[in-house]
Design a protein around this ligand. Structure first.
Ligand code: CAA
Length: 256
């Protein structure tokens, strides 16, 4: 297996580890296919509440597999819908966190951005170096990056192909927080377990609303949020969460 669902925690967190060390986890077709399958399986598996996608200390993923792509024709790329299987990540209803150490370049940076948020180790390096290869990003590097860090920085990152360290990425708003390299998984797990402890449908609705902010204008997004907020009042978990607060006890969510 090029990617593997390394292990499940009892707490409902699935850790998916990209495992292609010889090529710094470059996203070859097999890896992409397996990753898409594992994410789809986790989506369907009721014991999984949150996913973490991670790589190694040296590389989250150093991009799409350049060697594999180098001889492909435009029609092959189109007919195979190259990287289409990664849509499983961006379309997941369950929260997906990218835990990034080392290189997250090109398709690697794009994969991290397909996740809901990125936790970076101190040694993380991000970038969209496709321009150096005579191509451009193909999995969202011009789109999601621009939404994440704004036009000026996204333009510079895309046009220079330069690498950016974790501090710069956090300042730009690409990553939500930086942790020590050696503690990346431990710290990300803490965040994932916190999310997993909440009502799963409510977390999915919150995620849907935040994503809506990217896809619509403010007024439309606010109306959508208000409707979803209202709909949470039809859930047992909203009743339980608010009663528990008033009764000074920990809520027991039932995902309903
Ligand atoms: N594709 C295929 N193989 C890759 C790769 C990639 N993206 N990145 C690294 N590798 C391979 C190297 O070829 C090398 O293999 P060999 O040992 O067989 O020579 C191995 O991984 C180790 O890499 P390096 O020896 O280069 O390691 P380094 O530490 O000296 O450099 C690096 C690390 C700076 C990340 C360098 O490997 C590099 O620049 N990689 C390419 C980064 C890149 O351009 N990514 C964008 C790809 S295009 C893309 O992603 C398009 C898209 O949007 C869909």
């Amino acid at each position: 297996m090029e990617s593997e669902k390394a292990f499940f925690k009892d707490s409902g967190v699935a850790i998916i580890t990209l495992n292609r060390p010889k090529a710094l986890n470059a996203l070859c077709k097999q890896l992409v296919q397996e990753l898409g399958q594992v994410v789809s399986l986790c989506e369907k598996d009721p014991s999984v509440r949150v996913m973490i996608i991670t790589g190694s200390q040296k590389a989250f993923a150093a991009g799409a597999d350049i060697k594999e792509m180098s001889t492909m024709t435009a029609m092959q790329v189109y007919n195979e819908n190259l990287f289409g299987e990664l849509d499983a990540v961006s379309k997941a209803r369950k929260p997906v966190i990218a835990a990034v150490n080392g290189f997250a370049l090109g398709g690697g940076c794009e994969l991290a951005m397909m996740c809901d948020f990125i936790v970076a180790g101190e040694n993380a390096k991000f970038g969209q170096p496709e321009i150096k290869l005579g191509t451009i990003p193909g999995i969202g590097g011009t789109q999601r990056l621009t939404k994440a860090i704004g036009k000026a920085k996204a333009m510079e990152w895309n046009l220079t192909g330069d690498l950016h360290d974790a501090v710069e990425a956090e300042k730009a708003g690409l990553v939500s927080r930086i942790v020590k390299t050696e503690q990346l998984l431990e710290e990300t797990l803490k965040i994932a377990e916190k999310i997993a402890s909440y009502s799963q449908p409510i977390a999915a609705l919150a995620k849907e609303c935040v994503n809506k902010a990217h896809e619509t204008g403010l007024q439309e997004g606010l109306v959508f949020e208000r409707r979803v907020f209202m709909s949470t009042f039809a859930s047992k978990d909203q009743k339980e969460g608010m009663s528990a607060f008033a009764e000074k006890r920990t809520p027991k969510f039932v995902d309903e």
